[in-house]
Design a protein around this ligand. Structure first.
Ligand SMILES: Nc1nc2c(ncn2[C@@H]2O[C@H](COP(=O)(O)OP(=O)(O)OP(=O)(O)O)[C@@H](O)[C@H]2O)c(=O)[nH]1
Ligand SMILES: [Mg+2]
Ligand SMILES: [Zn+2]
Length: 283
């Protein structure tokens, strides 16, 4: 219900809480993943008094204190949006999160999109897991990367994020929606963020799907740092090389020789342009 926060307290049922007015006054909103102190007021209800300092806080989805970003895309239906995928990995790097890229619907993967993803990120150490919720494929691998962490699922609507949680732990019966036959898009079935203990000591936030994401608060000078595969080849002439128009650029050489993914480099240039345009706003 709106205005309520559901707080898990050890060895107690979940408390239904409101937040103290001071938070609103200071423009602070408790988010999923927050560690809080509450005052119990009876009847399983409480008031959030303190939000403990956050290790990190993502904007979209709005979650705090996470360890791992699970970037979820479908092999098809909807087709993967590689620029959005790169935006998400940049965001994860910026926040120092583990990255797992999860490609669902591999049972429908006629065009080998899973292998494309593996190729694009081959110089990163990201976990890349192909799975099918339909055929129960890859589920054990997912459980392994969820263990002991707080992870958030991020990706477009209709890729199967909620289905994945239901498959991992059949005790959950989250709503799942169809993908429109005409537009091949999801129908925004999940509408709020929720923290779920899907395996013992493995927490996951199911989130609503989204299609756009701005790289706020990233300067043009740091963007390349968030492409960890580029770092292996950055024996450029200039330390501050933007890997753009410079001569003697290790990254550009690696793209030419095929060691680095051309598509990923193209997206880097697009995002570089974007953070430059945003630069004035956020610097
Ligand atoms: N063939 C196939 N279909 C799948 C798979 N995973 C999910 N689906 C289907 O994809 C559709 C969308 O699944 P959801 O779990 O609702 O997707 P979501 O990512 O949670 O979407 P939002 O909540 O809207 O963000 C449903 O019809 C699922 O049955 C899979 O691995 N293979
Ligand atoms: Mg969902
Ligand atoms: Zn360079």
């Amino acid at each position: 219900m709106s205005g309520f926060y559901y707080v898990k307290v050890p060895n107690e049922p979940v408390f239904e809480c409101r937040a103290r007015g001071k938070f609103k006054k200071n423009n602070i909103k408790p988010v999923v993943g927050d560690l809080v102190e509450i005052q119990a007021i009876g009847n399983g209800q409480g008031v959030i008094e303190i939000i403990l300092p956050r290790k990190n806080c993502l904007v979209r989805p709005s979650v705090a204190n996470i360890d791992q970003l699970m970037v979820v895309f479908a092999a098809t239906s909807p087709e993967p949006d590689f620029l959005l995928m790169d935006r998400l990995t940049v965001l994860a790097e910026k926040n120092k999160l583990f990255v797992t890229i999860c490609i669902t619907k591999t049972d429908l993967d006629d065009r080998n999109n899973f292998n494309k993803v593996v190729g694009r990120y081959s110089n990163t150490d990201y976990n890349i897991i192909g799975l099918s919720n339909k055929l129960n494929r890859g589920i054990e691998d997912i459980k392994d990367v969820l263990a002991g962490k707080l992870s958030t699922l991020s990706g477009p609507s209709g890729v199967g994020k909620s289905t994945l949680i239901n498959t991992i732990n059949p005790n959950f019966k989250l709503n799942v929606g169809d993908v429109s036959i005409k537009t091949k898009r999801g129908k925004h079935t999940t509408t709020h963020c929720e923290l779920l203990e899907v395996i013992e000591d493995g927490f996951v936030v199911d989130t609503p799907g989204f299609t756009s994401l701005e790289l706020e608060g990233i300067s043009e000078y740091e963007l390349a740092k968030y492409f960890p595969d580029f770092n292996k080849f950055n024996n450029c002439q200039f330390v501050s090389c933007a890997h753009e128009n410079e001569e003697l650029c290790g990254v550009k050489d690696a793209v030419k020789s095929g060691e680095l993914s051309k598509e990923r480099y193209k997206n880097y240039l697009l995002l570089l342009q974007e953070v430059r345009e945003n630069g004035g706003k956020y610097r």
